[in-house]
Design a protein around this ligand. Structure first.
Ligand code: EPU
Length: 341
C-alpha cells in the first residue's frame, strides 16, 4: 500500500525539527508498491526526488520542491545461518537501534558499538554509519533496492558498495538513483569486541563483566553524556565530518597544539577531530539566533527551539569560514543540505 500527500509538513520527519514542506510526500510498506506507484502517477517520475529515512542526517534549508520517498518497509528475517554467523535481512524502514538491540539480545556480535545511532536501516549503507571503532561497512553483506530509472530490483554485494568514511556507492555514483529497500547484515556468533575507544573499557567495567550487553550499556552511556537527544533538542549528530589532511599538513599543527586529536586514516593521510577544531576556534556553546553549537560536543549543531534551516546553515557557514582561517582546514558537512537549486 502507498500513501501520497501534497504540500506536506516535514517537521516531525527531520531530527532538527525544521518546519519545511514537501511538494509531494510518498510512503509505502513494500518494494512492489513503490514500483507500481509510478504506473499510477507517471508524471511524478520527472520530479526531483529525495529518499528519507528517519531524517536524522539532513537539514532542510528551504522547502523541498519535489517528491520525498519514505520507505516504511519493516521486518527482520534470517536468510542464512551456520555455526559461525547469521545473515539477517532488515527492511529499510526499521529503526537502526531497534535492530542493534535485537542483535544484542540474541548475542549476534559485531554491531554493539553502533548502539543508539539515530536513523533507519535504509540510510545505513548510504552513509556508512560508524562510531567507537566500528563502521557499518564491516557488517553489510548485501544491499537490496530498486534502480529509479528502470524501476528494476537490484542486489549489490557489500564488497561492491565502495564504502569509505561516511560515504558509499549510494552517495556517489548511484546518488538519487537507488532506493534501498532492505539490507542483509552478517553478524558473528562469536565475540570479537572492539573496545579500544578511549574510556570505553572503564565505562564497561561500571556495568559489570565484558560482554555484549555491557558494551551496549557503556556505549549508550557515553553517547548520552555527549550527544543531545534529538527528541529533546533538535540536532543531526555530527554536522561536519572529521577532515582528512595529509600527514605533512598535520605536522605544524601538532607542533603548535600538543593536544590536537589526530588519527591515522590511510597511508600519508590523517583525520583531525573537527569537534576539537571548532572548540579551539571558540564556538563551543555559542549561538547565532536560534541555532547553537552544543556545549558538550562542538561537532553537533542544535535547534534551540524555533530555528529555521537557514539559521542553522548560516551558523555552519560561519564556523567553517572561521576554522578555515584559523587552521587552514576545510570542514565538509556530514549532514545533507536540502536547498532550492
Ligand atoms: N573534541 C573536542 N571538543 C569537542 C568535541 C570533541 O576537543 O567539542 C575532541 C575529543 O576530546 C576527542 C576528539 O575530539 O579527543 C574526538 O571526539 P569524539 O570521540 O567525541 O568523536 P568525534 O570524532 O567528534 C566521531 C563521529 C561520531 C561518533 C564518535 C565516536 C564523525 C563525524 N563523528 O565523532 O559520529 O559517535 O566519533 O566514535 O566521524 C555522527 O556521525 O553523527 C556521530 C555522532
Amino acid at each position: 500500500m502507498h500513501i501520497l500527500q501534497k504540500n506536506y509538513s516535514l517537521k516531525s520527519l527531520n531530527t532538527f525539527g525544521i518546519d519545511a514542506k514537501a511538494k509531494y510526500y510518498l510512503t509505502f510498506d513494500a518494494p512492489q508498491d513503490f514500483a507500481q506507484f509510478f504506473d499510477q502517477y507517471p508524471s511524478l517520475k520527472l520530479e526531483k526526488k529525495l529518499f528519507l529515512g528517519a531524517g536524522s542526517n539532513l537539514l532542510f534549508v528551504t522547502d523541498f520542491d519535489g517528491l520525498i520517498i519514505h520507505p516504511k518497509i519493516e521486518g527482520i528475517k534470517c536468510v542464512h545461518e551456520d555455526g559461525n554467523s547469521i545473515d539477517l535481512e532488515v527492511g529499510a524502514g526499521v529503526n537502526w537501534d531497534f535492530f542493534v538491540n535485537y542483535c544484542v539480545e540474541n548475542e549476534y556480535y559485531g554491531i554493539e558499538n553502533l548502539s543508539l545511532i539515530p536513523g533507519n536501516i535504509g540510510a545505513v549503507p548510504v552513509q556508512n554509519i560508524g562510531a567507537y571503532g566500528v563502521e557499518a561497512s564491516s557488517l553489510v553483506y548485501q544491499v537490496n533496492g530498486i534502480t529509479l530509472d528502470t524501476l528494476q530490483s537490484k542486489s549489490i554485494n557489500g564488497k561492491d558498495c565502495e564504502f569509505d568514511y561516511r560515504t558509499s556507492l549510494f552517495k556517489e555514483k548511484l546518488k538519487d538513483n537507488f532506493l534501498v529497500t532492505s539490507v542483509i547484515f552478517r553478524l558473528s556468533k562469536q565475540p570479537n569486541f572492539k573496545i579500544q575507544y578511549e574510556g570505553l573499557v572503564d565505562k564497561i567495567a561500571q556495568f559489570g563483566p565484558l560482554n555484549i550487553q555491557n558494551i551496549r550499556k557503556a556505549i549508550i552511556a557515553i553517547r548520552q553524556a555527549k550527544l543531545p537527544d534529538p527528541a529533546v533538542l533538535g540536532n543531526a549528530g555530527s554536522f561536519f565530518k572529521n577532515p582528512i589532511v595529509s600527514e605533512n599538513q598535520s605536522i605544524p599543527l601538532r607542533q603548535q597544539y600538543s593536544d590536537i586529536p589526530v588519527y591515522p586514516f590511510k597511508p600519508g593521510l590523517v583525520k583531525v577531530a573537527a569537534g576539537w577544531l571548532i572548540e579551539k576556534a571558540g564556538w563551543k556553546g555559542s549561538s547565532l539566533g536560534n541555532a547553537a553549537v552544543h556545549d558538550r560536543q562542538a561537532l553537533v549543531l542544535i535547534n534551540k527551539g524555533e530555528a529555521s534551516g537557514e539559521e542553522i546553515f548560516q551558523l555552519s557557514q560561519a564556523i567553517a569560514t572561521d576554522v578555515k582561517s584559523k587552521f587552514d582546514i576545510t570542514l565538509e558537512r556530514e549532514v545533507q543540505l536540502i536547498k532550492a537549486d
